[in-house]
Design a protein around this ligand. Structure first.
Ligand SMILES: [Zn+2]
Length: 210
């Protein structure tokens, strides 16, 4: 049955057949081992590398195709926090940015789809002085803008900090146990039924007592 399997596949199969996690108190089936736990055993290391874990995952998938193991993705008791944007209720907000066109490929204004303007009216001069904060700097930028024009283009404002929420995300991993026989499946089903029967009876009694 195990012939033709690679070294990692054989090691994984031998380990899960030893039922390393023991058996479920509920239905009596062998508990699953995580890919990380398997990689520790197969490679004899405390911290398996990504490559080692990938090799074990590959072996597990091949064993699954061969009908040797049952594979599930299960929580492994660890979480990590993630920042995610709150569902957006408001349209994005924009600021307007005044910039001298560089006339080159990487010009941000051109990239934003704005055609450079070559108008230089009193209003434009006033806008440059206000935007760049001083007469000297406004004048310097205006002079630069005479080469390729200037852009006034919208840029999206970053979301406010309270637009984000922190979520706890459960870490899941591929978990593996040896494949059950038909008979074991039937027994497990029966044990699970027996396990929940008293709970169902208690629930019925509570509902009738109301
Ligand atoms: Zn430009």
């Amino acid at each position: 049955m195990s012939r033709g399997l690679g070294r990692v596949q054989r090691a994984v199969l031998a380990y899960v057949r030893s039922e390393p996690g023991g058996r479920s108190a509920i239905d009596g089936t062998p508990l699953a081992a995580s890919v990380t736990g398997l990689a520790r055993i197969v490679y004899g290391v405390e911290q398996p590398t990504d490559a080692q874990r990938a090799a074990v995952r590959r072996a597990v998938r091949q064993l699954e195709v061969g009908g040797h193991v049952d594979v599930h993705r299960l929580p492994v008791g660890r979480t990590y926090t993630q920042q995610r944007a709150h569902p957006r209720f408001w349209p994005p907000r924009y600021d307007r940015r005044l910039a001298v066109c560089t006339g080159k490929d990487g010009c941000p204004g051109c990239a934003a789809g704005d055609r450079p303007s070559k108008y230089f009216t009193a209003d434009v001069v006033a806008m440059f002085i206000e935007h760049f904060g001083s007469l000297a700097e406004g004048d310097r930028q205006l002079w630069r803008a005479t080469a390729h024009g200037w852009h006034l283009y919208p840029v999206p404002l970053p979301r406010p900090a309270d637009d984000y929420r922190t979520y706890e995300v459960e870490v899941t991993e591929l978990c593996v146990r040896r494949a059950l026989t038909e008979e074991e499946h039937a027994q497990a089903e029966q044990r699970a039924q027996e396990f929940i029967r008293p709970h169902v009876a208690a629930l019925r009694a509570a509902l009738q007592g109301r």
